[in-house]
Design a protein around this ligand. Structure first.
Ligand code: FES
Ligand code: FES
Length: 181
C-alpha cells in the first residue's frame, strides 16, 4: 500500500507516495524524473542503476525506497555538488572530475553503463585518492559494459585520480610555466 515517504536526493528533500518496498530506482526515475540511474538487469548484477547512499555505491534497482529514509542519496545529476561538498569548494564544478575525465578520454561508447561506472569511480576516488590499477579493476569489477570499453574506463579513472589529487593541475601549471619561459 502506498505511503507518504520523505527521501533526501541530491541534497533536496522530496515527499513521494510509494509502497515502502518500491525499488528506489523506480522512484528516482518515475517520481523525481532523474535519468542518470538506468534500469539494466534489475538484479543488482550490472551496475547501471548505481547511486551513492551516504557516499557508498549501491544498486538502486534492489534497494527499497524505505531503506534510504534518513539517508542521503546522490545520483549522477548531483555528483558535481557532492564532490564540491566533499572537497569544500565554494562552487560546484559543471562536472565531477570523473565525468570530465570520461569525456576527455572518450571512454563512452553507447553510454548505457556509464552512470554506474562514474558513480563507482567517484566513490573509489573519495576513499582511495590514488588507486593502483589493481584497485581500480577490483572496484569496477561489478560493472558490466556490453561495448567492452573497460580499457578506456580505466584510463579515464587514472586521469580523474590525477586531477582530484592535484597532480594533473600541478603538471599543467608546470607546463604553462615552461611555455612562458
Ligand atoms: S539494473 Fe541495477 S544492477 Fe542492473
Ligand atoms: S559503453 Fe556501451 S555498455 Fe558500456
Amino acid at each position: 500500500m502506498a505511503a507518504e515517504i520523505k527521501i533526501r536526493v541530491n541534497e533536496q528533500v522530496h515527499s513521494v507516495s510509494a509502497a515502502p518496498d518500491t525499488p528506489l530506482l523506480y522512484v528516482l526515475s518515475n517520481d523525481l524524473q532523474l535519468q542518470g540511474p538506468r534500469f539494466g538487469c534489475g538484479l543488482a548484477q550490472c551496475g547501471s542503476c548505481s547511486v551513492l547512499v551516504d557516499g557508498a555505491e549501491m544498486r538502486s534497482c534492489v534497494i527499497p525506497v524505505s531503506a534510504v529514509v534518513g539517508k542521503s542519496v546522490t545520483t549522477l545529476e548531483g555528483l558535481p555538488a557532492w564532490y564540491a561538498k566533499q572537497k569544500k569548494l565554494a562552487k560546484a564544478p559543471a562536472l565531477h572530475p570523473v565525468q570530465q575525465a570520461f569525456i576527455d578520454e572518450q571512454a563512452v561508447q553507447c553510454g548505457y553503463c556509464f552512470n554506474g561506472m562514474i558513480i563507482q569511480a567517484a566513490e573509489l576516488l573519495s576513499k582511495t585518492p590514488r588507486p593502483t590499477e589493481a584497485q581500480i579493476r577490483s572496484a569496477m569489477n561489478g560493472h558490466l559494459c556490453r561495448c567492452g570499453a573497460y580499457p578506456r574506463v580505466i584510463k579515464a579513472i587514472k586521469r580523474a585520480a590525477r586531477i582530484t589529487s592535484g597532480v594533473l593541475h600541478a603538471a599543467n601549471d608546470e607546463a604553462k610555466a615552461e611555455v612562458a619561459r
